[in-house]
Design a protein around this ligand. Sequence first.
Ligand code: ADP
Ligand code: MG
Length: 169
Amino acid sequence: MIETVNLTKKFGDLTAVDGVTLRVEEGEVFGFLGPNGAGKTTTVRMLCCLISKTSGTAKIPGYEVGNDEDSLKIRKIIGLVPDSVGLYDDLTAYDNLDFYGKLYRCTETQRRENIQRFLKMLGLWEKKDVAAGAFSKGMKQKLAIARALIHEPEVLFLDEPTVNLDPES
Ligand SMILES: Nc1ncnc2c1ncn2[C@@H]1O[C@H](COP(=O)(O)OP(=O)(O)O)[C@@H](O)[C@H]1O
Ligand SMILES: [Mg+2]
């Protein structure tokens, strides 16, 4: 499902990701651990086509990371919970998800059903009409998780997903 060979990213003289080779199978939950600054976020950002790679290869079900045409296809089938949530503070929880659902070209039915499904799953349904800016950090993190799921992605990337969450969550 995900396959990288010698994936490398340099920022000037700094090698942030140094020849990562990994394989993640369909249905697998793959934990990617390392100390701060190890290059985890940079790897995720390359796989999500948010930044370019310096060398090596990466494939996400058949698509090639770094190929412009494939980048769009990859973005359609992945979801990302980034390390900083970046929601629209002025929009309600519901409208945040609806907005991102529209960007992903979800149908109205898919948006309505999935927003309800994921907000209920994360215990935020009662807060659906509250502006995201008024959410606690943990609630924002949950909203970012719902956002990453709204278009039912085949591959889900979670960068430090437990940050700010209570132990039960
Ligand atoms: N945009 C950038 N420009 C320059 N250096 C960066 C940039 N992003 C990350 N780095 C550097 O790359 C290294 C890996 O960072 P990162 O991937 O964020 O680590 P992790 O997520 O494992 O904590 C760090 O040394 C960091 O300072
Ligand atoms: Mg990181």
